[in-house]
Ligand binder design. Structure first.
Ligand code: R5P
Length: 292
C-alpha cells in the first residue's frame, strides 16, 4: 500500500502517510513554461495498491488528480483509490436551468473512471456520490466528530446549524458534545448574500458553536453569528470542515466571532489565523478499515 498527493493536498497526504506508516510515493511535480503541469513518479508502483489524496480544487487540482491516476495505472499499480478531502464543483450538483452543466457529474466521471474507492469528506450533498459508476466503492467521511471534540473542550452549551440543511450535522455534533442543538432559517439572495430570518432560539448568555460544511464567501456564517449575538449569545465559535474564506472574509469573521475553526482539507489556513484541526486521523482510520 502506498500514498501519493498532488500540489493541493501534499501536507495532508504526508501527515496521513506518517500516521498510518504507509510510504509516501516520491514524485516530481513541476510546471512547463506555459504553466502546464508535469508529473513523474519517482518510485516503483508496480503491483502496489495506491491511494491518491488530492483536492479537486482549485481547477488545477483536477489536472493533478487526472495525471496522478493515469501515471499510477499506466505504471502498473494494482489498484488506485481516491480520497478527495475538498471536492470542488460539488455545489453545482444539478441543472438549475436548461443548458447548464452538472459540474459535479463531469468531475466525478473523469476522476472515478477505473478507480477502486472514491472517498470525500463532508461533500456538499453526499447523494452526489450516487453518480459514480456502480463498481466504485464510495464513502463520504465527516469531520463533525473532529469539530465536536474541539467544541466539547470549549464547553459550548448549544450547537446551531446556520440553515435547515445543516440541522442533522448540528444534531450529530451536539450528541457528541452532550449538549442541545438547533438551526436557523436561511434564504439565499445571491451568490454572496443570504438572509437569516429571526427565529427564537434560547441562546441568551450561552456559548454557541455553529457548524457548517463550508465557509465560502462567509455570508452564511457571518449572518448566523450576528443573529445569535442579537439573541443574546455570549460566545460564538464559527466552525466548518472546508474553510475557503473568499474575499478576505476571515478578517470580518474574526471581528464578530470568538473563534473561527476549520479543518486542513484546504491547505495553509493556519497562516491567516484560523484554528485548524486535522482530518488526517479520520483518513488514516478509513484506510485502516478499508484498504490495509
Ligand atoms: C450551503 O448549503 C452550505 O452548507 C454553506 O452554508 C454555504 O455553502 C456557505 O457559503 P457562504 O460561506 O458563501 O455563505
Amino acid at each position: 500500500m502506498m500514498i501519493i498527493s498532488g500540489e493541493h493536498s501534499e501536507k495532508l497526504g504526508k501527515k496521513v502517510s506518517e500516521l498510518s506508516g504507509i510510504e509516501f510515493v516520491k514524485r516530481t511535480l513541476s510546471r512547463f513554461p506555459d504553466d502546464e503541469l508535469y508529473l513523474c513518479l519517482e518510485a516503483d508502483v508496480e503491483e502496489e495498491e495506491v491511494l491518491i489524496i488530492e483536492n479537486s480544487y482549485p481547477d488545477t487540482g483536477i489536472v493533478n488528480c487526472l495525471l496522478l491516476k493515469n501515471a499510477l495505472i499506466e505504471n502498473g499499480a494494482a489498484a488506485v483509490s481516491f480520497v478527495v478531502p475538498y471536492m470542488g464543483y460539488a455545489r453545482q450538483d444539478r441543472r438549475f436551468k436548461k443548458g447548464e452543466a452538472v459540474s459535479i457529474k463531469a468531475v466525478l466521471e473523469a476522476l472515478a473512471n477505473g478507480v477502486k474507492c472514491f472517498t470525500t469528506i463532508d461533500l456538499h450533498k453526499k447523494e452526489s456520490l450516487n453518480l459514480l459508476p456502480p463498481s466504485v466503492k464510495r464513502t463520504d467521511l465527516t469531520a463533525v466528530g473532529t469539530l465536536a471534540e474541539y467544541l466539547k473542550k470549549k464547553d459550548v452549551d448549544i450547537i446551531v446549524g446556520p440553515d435547515r440543511g445543516s440541522k442533522e450535522r448540528a444534531k450529530m455534533a451536539a450528541k457528541l458534545v452532550g449538549c442541545e442543538s438547533d438551526y436557523l432559517e436561511k434564504k439565499r439572495l445571491s451568490g454572496t448574500e443570504v438572509q437569516i430570518s429571526p427565529k427564537h432560539l434560547s441562546v441568551k448568555g450561552k456559548s454557541v458553536g455553529i457548524i457548517d460544511d463550508m465557509i465560502s464567501t462567509g455570508g452564511t456564517i457571518l449572518k448566523a453569528s450576528e443573529n445569535l449575538f442579537s439573541l443574546g449569545a455570549e460566545k460564538v465559535y464559527a466552525c466548518c470542515t472546508h474553510g475557503l474564506f473568499l474575499n478576505n472574509i476571515f478578517n470580518r469573521l474574526r471581528k464578530v466571532c470568538d473563534e473561527v475553526v476549520c479543518t486542513d482539507t484546504l491547505p495553509e489556513r493556519e497562516k491567516i489565523g484560523v484554528k485548524v484541526l486535522s482530518v488526517a486521523p479520520l483518513i488514516a482510520e478509513w484506510i485502516e478499515e478499508n484498504l490495509v
